[in-house]
Design a protein around this ligand. Structure first.
Ligand code: ATR
Length: 277
């Protein structure tokens, strides 16, 4: 019998994960099945019950998407350091009845930026917009990429500040409000990790943060030119990208973790890319 994996979320109809993992399995010759599970929204304990049923039926691992990343974190028996900082788990591996929790969102994002978009962060000025789960997941991998300066800007400054304090990593990591960005000059990389684009909104980011030779990255994907990307394009930014590459790269990380073999991502990203213009 082939090994069985799943993605769990709610709603989950839009998920690209079965397609992505199916293509990875084909390409690497791995024998596995990958199903979609619509997780129960309530009662709160029902999520863990659904996961346990999948394990009892022989499940080997799961991808976790909204709104279950915190519940997956809570039920994990072991968690990686980046999952711990994120307070969220987006991939689980089941081993002898134990649930091991990981978070590959940040590494997937860094890999997309550095490898696929050819924009190494070392020594660069990097701006992260937002201080929610997406930024918490990105922080450790971003720090590991050694930017000269990493600034987290958020509407509620206290959320950004507490993240910076948690990491206590010196002067290279700072928090600020949007107004302060006005006087900070251009950044090499600006990542919109707020949820503003999901509702067609624009974070109050000044155009002066963009550099024509830099990169503007929108975490949302498949939404075309979001207000954030449009602002960047109007500021003359050459490199604009949405989160489709991150989606595929975080899946590749999970696949590698589960199967011990790394799939190629380029063809899968190309297949899922919706042109921005
Ligand atoms: P999660 O559930 O992933 O943690 P969240 O807490 O909803 O997500 O966080 C979403 C992020 O997007 C937050 O940083 C939020 O800013 P605040 O913490 O100040 O609320 C940010 N966000 C959402 N809509 C925004 C908007 N229109 N402009 C700027 N930031 C926005």
């Amino acid at each position: 019998m082939s090994d069985s994996y799943a993605v769990i979320g709610n709603p989950i109809g839009h998920t690209k994960s079965p397609l992505i993992h199916g293509l990875f399995a084909q390409e690497t010759g791995q024998d596995l099945t990958y199903v979609v599970i619509e997780g129960p929204l309530e009662p709160a304990q029902a999520f863990a019950g659904t996961v346990r049923n999948f394990i009892a039926a022989g499940g080997k691992g799961m991808n976790v998407t909204a709104p279950f990343k915190l519940q997956a974190f809570a039920m994990a028996d072991e968690r990686s350091e980046r999952a711990t900082l994120a307070g969220a788990v987006n991939a689980m591996k089941f081993h002898h009845g134990r649930v091991i929790g990981e978070n590959f969102d940040g590494v997937g994002l860094v890999r997309d930026i550095e490898v696929n978009l050819h924009q190494p962060m070392a020594g660069k000025r990097v701006l992260l917009l937002g201080a929610g789960g997406a930024v918490r997941g990105a922080l450790l991998p971003f720090m590991a990429a050694r930017p000269a300066q990493l600034v987290i800007a958020n509407r509620h400054l206290d959320k950004a500040t507490s993240l910076v304090e948690q990491l206590a990593s010196g002067d290279s990591l700072t928090a600020c409000g949007y107004a302060e960005l006005e006087s900070m000059g251009p950044f090499d990389l600006v990542v919109n990790a707020t949820s503003a684009s999901l509702t067609g909104q624009l974070p109050p980011v000044p155009q002066s943060v963009f550099s024509p030779h830099g990169t503007a990255y929108e975490l949302a994907y498949g939404k075309g030119l979001t207000p954030f990307l449009r602002l960047a394009r109007d500021a003359g930014v050459q490199g604009i990208a949405d989160g489709v590459g991150m989606l595929v790269e975080q899946a590749a990380e999970a696949f590698t973790w589960w199967r011990g073999v790394r799939p190629e991502t380029r063809a899968v990203i190309d297949r899922l890319t919706v042109p921005l213009n």
